[in-house]
Design a protein around this ligand. Structure first.
Ligand SMILES: Cc1ncc(COP(=O)(O)O)c(C=O)c1O
Length: 438
């Protein structure tokens, strides 16, 4: 054992972590190694990682090109406060402006998605002085800082509510669970009309921004049709409101397009990014329209916000995503996965719905395909039995339903590995149905 793996020390470490590891939680597994689509635990067991570690190892874990770039950067300079430039910062910024959609040519950086969302909201308030509200969607998830928790779905017993800023949650369409059995386009029209009522009659103090995830990730993988996003764009233009897309989960290839804005063909005014861009290193930020006024000195500066090592890793990651054609791979593999899952849903009554696009893949598990009663227990069982069979599935435990299983391996996952994951899912769903453990 080396100095980092002394058993007593590790035990003390586990007991001293302030965050509660829930039963069956992935944090009970101590990871020691990761390569591509696989991770290993401290007992040497190998797992196929369909979570990409919170959908962040888009390129596959520890890609040698990223590690080499990070090491080379570390030899030169590891830290620079934000009022200095570094070559990594300038090169990454120039590279990103060549692939961002529309006029989203101004970039701000930080290390976490939650802070990127805060930066986006701050920029919106700066550009709409006097406006006091941000409109968000009812099943949104935007992070875990005090402010972004308030911007997300109602957190059970949110103890930080008294110190939350003003967010107005509005309804959004849901193709699988439409209100009053409405057709999707009818529900889109209803939600857009309620949104306009909210803007004109439902808030005191003006609306600075409407913030939306293009595909609602943690709030239940709800995929909106283009008509909803186009409608939000039109309403923002009509009322002079800034449209923020939170692309922290969907950016850099996850949907099979470089950005969800490319997938939908709708361009927001501000777009957040995070997760997959850093190749496993922490990096997030915003892309903003040329039309917006940027921050003045001191308005938005974080000590480690422009971490050169993460930026060097991000340059290598973006280069590799393009060179390896990983958007195409995500699309092709995602199509393969969703087709197999649709076929599986005809045999496995627990599967209520199959979602994409690209490698934004998930299934909703239900006790009954007709009533669509959610089965959070089946989702927990899939996770637990998957671990036993060497596959880590993503699991949604959000306040609404908690019944989603996500199959979101790295974008460079092979068809063989995807096939293995789906075989295991099929098998564990079969065993859960046989046991009645739902
Ligand atoms: C859409 C979205 N926004 C923001 C966040 C928060 O990012 P982070 O956990 O890096 O703070 C997440 C994380 O899951 C997310 O999915």
């Amino acid at each position: 054992m080396n100095q980092h793996s002394d058993a007593a020390l590790l035990d003390l470490g586990k007991k001293s972590i302030i965050h509660d590891p829930r039963d069956g939680d992935a944090r009970k597994i101590t990871l020691t190694r990761a390569r591509g689509s696989y991770v290993w635990d401290d007992a040497g067991r190998r797992y196929l990682d369909c979570t990409s570690q919170a959908w962040s190892n888009s390129l596959g874990a520890n890609d040698p090109r990223v590690i080499d770039a990070a090491i080379a950067q570390m030899r030169e300079i590891t830290h620079a406060r934000p009022n200095f430039n570094t070559h990594a910062l300038l090169t990454l910024t120039a590279k990103l402006t060549s692939i961002t959609p529309g006029d989203l040519n101004r970039i701000g950086y930080c290390l976490h998605g939650s802070l990127a969302v805060e930066m986006a909201m701050k920029l919106a308030f700066k550009n709409r002085p006097g406006a006091q509200n941000i409109i968000v969607m009812q099943d949104a998830y935007h992070g875990r800082s005090v402010t972004t928790m308030a911007a997300s779905w109602p957190h059970p017993n949110n103890p930080f509510l008294p110190i939350s800023p003003r967010f107005i949650r509005v309804p959004h369409p849901d193709a699988y669970r439409p209100r009053m059995g409405m057709a999707l386009e009818q529900e889109v029209a209803l939600c857009l009309s309620l949104l306009e009522d909210t803007i004109t009659k439902g808030v005191d103090g003006g609306v600075a921004a409407i913030m939306v995830e293009p595909i609602m990730g943690n709030g239940g993988h709800i995929v909106h049709p283009k008509s909803f996003h186009q409608g939000l764009r039109d309403i923002c233009d009509k009322h002079g409101i800034i449209l923020i897309w939170d692309e922290i989960q969907s950016c850099f290839g996850r949907t099979g397009a470089m950005f969800a804005a490319d997938y939908y063909g709708v361009i927001p005014d501000i777009m957040t990014f995070g997760k997959g861009i850093g190749g496993g290193f922490p990096l997030a930020g915003i892309f903003a329209s040329d039309r917006l006024t940027g921050f003045d000195a001191g308005e938005d500066a974080l000590t480690f916000g422009q971490f050169p090592v993460a930026m060097a890793a991000a340059i290598a990651t973006v280069d590799a995503i393009i060179a390896d054609g990983l958007c195409d791979n995500a699309r092709r593999l995602g199509d393969y996965a969703t087709q197999r899952l649709v076929e599986m849903s005809q045999r496995r009554r627990l599967i209520g719905d199959v979602r994409g696009p690209g490698l934004f893949v998930s299934v909703e598990l239900v006790r009954d395909q007709t009533t669509k009663e959610p089965s959070p227990r089946a989702a927990s069982e899939v996770y637990r039995r998957g671990v036993e069979k060497g596959v880590l599935f993503g699991e949604a435990r959000y306040a609404g339903l908690g019944n989603l299983i996500k199959v979101k391996p790295p974008l460079d996952c092979t068809q063989e590995d995807m096939s293995l994951a789906l075989d295991v899912l099929d098998e564990v769903l079969g065993s859960i149905e046989a046991d009645g453990a739902y």
